[in-house]
Write a protein that binds this ligand. Structure first.
Ligand code: ADP
Ligand code: MG
Length: 250
């Protein structure tokens, strides 16, 4: 197989899972390093979302290794524990608190002390405010901070949700089809902000929009039928005859 899990942020080796006899993932092996972004492309039903379900503990694999940040075995942990370890997941549909301001959405998402005693006596510090301002800047919402989330555009709601995940300070961010329904300008901006985020954490982005994947300018893995079809730069992957036949040429 691939390489040693030590020093990797995410390590999937030979991961398989079946649903009613159908192999959604078939010996899938993927590695993501610290502060690296990986783009995942591939046809509908390739297993991209199932892969994220396995990483976040929503689905258990039948076979294979799933390690986080070295050798933390994610197949032994529940969803809440995995999230607390530092894996944030952005689903396709934004889930922000519509009746709260942008600022308050971020405050509500901040990682705060977990035990009851500390939580009772926890007061928001200047450091928290600075952190929120930094996140607002990253997700392009500084000017909208006092507006209700309900009044944001669809794209801005997606950015706010990315900001809410950043408030949890994840080591690994999983993002499933972030630019679906965005304007072209928002799509370009989303690529920029994800690239900024990936300077300090690992990011896995699943996306169909090839112009967006090109903007990301990162390593690409093409999945089909639950396994890796091709890996490399977008140019390498999209010139691969099997990728053209099974995905791009359709
Ligand atoms: P993608 O995100 O690449 O489009 P998915 O991971 O959503 O693909 O799905 C891969 C295959 O696994 C599909 O055929 C889908 O119907 C099936 N599948 C995914 N999750 C489940 C589940 N919980 N139960 C049954 N089948 C599932
Ligand atoms: Mg999917």
């Amino acid at each position: 197989m691939i390489e040693d899990p030590d020093g990797t942020m995410l390590y999937l080796n030979g991961v398989s899972v079946s649903f009613d006899g159908f192999k959604a993932l078939n010996a899938l092996s993927i590695i993501v390093h610290p502060n690296e972004m990986l783009a995942i492309i591939g046809p509908n039903g390739a297993g991209k979302t199932t892969m994220m379900d396995i990483i976040t503990g929503k689905t258990r694999p039948d076979d294979g290794q799933v390690y986080f940040n070295g050798r933390t075995d994610l197949t032994k942990l529940d969803e809440a524990t995995i999230a607390n370890l530092g894996i944030g997941r952005k689903f396709q549909k934004p889930t922000v608190f519509e009746s709260h301001t942008v600022w308050d959405n971020l405050v509500l998402s901040l990682k705060t002390p977990r035990d009851v005693f500390s939580a009772l006596f926890y007061t928001r510090s200047a450091a928290d405010n600075a952190r929120i301002e930094e996140i607002l800047d990253t997700v392009r919402l500084t000017k909208r901070q006092n507006e209700l989330a309900a009044d944001l555009s669809h794209g801005q709601k997606q950015w706010l949700e990315v900001g809410m995940l950043l408030a949890q300070d994840p080591k690994l961010l999983l993002v499933d089809e972030p630019v679906a329904g965005m304007t072209d300008a928002e799509t370009v901006e989303t690529a920029k902000l994800l690239k900024e985020i990936a300077k300090t954490r690992s990011v896995v982005v699943v996306e169909h929009d090839m112009s967006f994947v090109r903007e990301l300018g990162t390593r690409v893995t093409c999945l089909a039928e639950g396994t890796v079809l091709a890996e490399g730069t977008l140019d390498q992957v999209s010139a691969n005859p099997v990728v053209i036949e099974r995905y791009l040429g359709r």
